[in-house]
Design a protein around this ligand. Structure first.
Ligand SMILES: Nc1nc(=O)c2c([nH]1)NC[C@@H]1CN(c3ccc(C(=O)N[C@@H](CCC(=O)O)C(=O)O)cc3)C=[N+]21
Length: 292
């Protein structure tokens, strides 16, 4: 079994990005500037945005955290987005999800200038991704592709089973794994809450990508020998012995599944850190494209 070490790979990527930024500085060029908008003060969202800001500092990017109260109206948020779209200093920005119920997420994501949409959530960018055009690939799927690439995982002709059809992970992942090229060229099955015989389908997978958010969902009996297992789950569970009072757990029964898998991502330290590294990569790309 080979551990797909997202922590290590994400640090390698950050070092590579930092080297690029150092060159920009030496040339007297403007460095990439990422803004992150967070509506409300949900603990998990704040942690993630905090990690993004710290990652920016680490590679030498500028960053701005825009905090808005949880009662923010849709109009107020759209106004803020317009400001960020027009701000020449900002190369890319993200709207942290989920948004409170009074705000229509789709409307908000469509208001982001596609050239600054480093999450890749705008329909134009999502469509470009599906059509193999250059674009911002959503950070989590992008991070998974990068892990498969850096560990030389063969995906051609393999059966990839994606669990979960969310707009930010499962759906884009299913498209990306079926694309021509590598990583890609997989035969993809996208499973979800209405899928019949899901365990039977999973048992036929060469590559399993679980983005469900159900702790311990994927058990050793469910996966075939030598399967590649990617765990996108990040559920917080209370743990008094932990520093923060909680720990995060994935969808996979790691202890047992890892005995059977050929490659497997841990949680924490797998897909999560890769998401952050790829957001930085998209932001660097956004800066380079703005230079023209
Ligand atoms: N507009 C938007 N873009 C996102 O990319 C986005 C989002 N909204 N909403 C929420 C999800 C979730 N997400 C994570 C980022 C980093 C870790 C991460 O670094 N995880 C660490 C542990 C972090 C911890 O200890 O809590 C790990 O897995 O090792 C996890 C999850 C980005 N998301």
């Amino acid at each position: 079994m080979t551990l797909l070490d997202g922590k290590k790979v994400s640090n390698d990527i950050k070092d590579e990005i930092k080297a690029e930024v150092d060159k920009m500085k030496a040339n007297g060029e403007k460095v990439p500037h990422l803004a992150a908008v967070i509506v409300g003060d949900d603990g998990a969202s704040l942690t993630y945005v905090g990690s993004k800001v710290r990652a920016c500092e680490r590679v030498g990017f500028e960053s701005t955290m825009v905090r808005m109260k949880h009662t923010t109206s849709e109009i107020e948020l759209l106004h803020k987005i317009k400001e960020l779209n027009e701000d020449d200093n900002i190369d890319g920005f993200i709207i942290q999800l989920p948004l409170p119920p009074q705000i229509n997420t789709q409307k908000v994501l469509m208001a982001v200038d596609p050239s600054k949409d480093v999450d890749g959530f705008h329909p134009e960018n999502f469509g470009r991704m599906a059509l193999d055009m250059s674009t911002f690939i959503p950070a989590t799927p992008f991070g998974i592709l990068e892990l498969l690439e850096r560990y030389d995982v063969d995906t051609k002709g393999k059966h990839t089973v994606v669990i979960g059809r969310s707009h930010i992970v499962g759906r884009p992942m299913s498209i990306l794994m079926s694309r021509k090229g590598w990583p890609g060229n997989s035969t993809v099955t996208l499973t979800h809450s209405n899928t019949k015989n899901i365990t039977q389908i999973i048992s036929q997978a060469d590559i399993v990508i679980s983005a469900l958010g159900v702790p311990n969902f994927l058990k050793a009996e469910m996966v075939r020998d030598d399967a590649v297992v990617i765990d996108v789950g990040i559920t917080r569970v209370e743990d008094e012995t932990a520093k923060k009072g909680y720990r995060i757990v994935g969808d996979v029964d790691f202890e047992n599944v890892s005995k059977k898998a050929s490659f497997i991502t841990p949680v924490p330290g797998g897909v999560g850190p890769m998401t952050i590294a790829m957001l930085l990569k998209n932001t660097l790309l956004a800066r380079e494209q703005r230079k023209g």
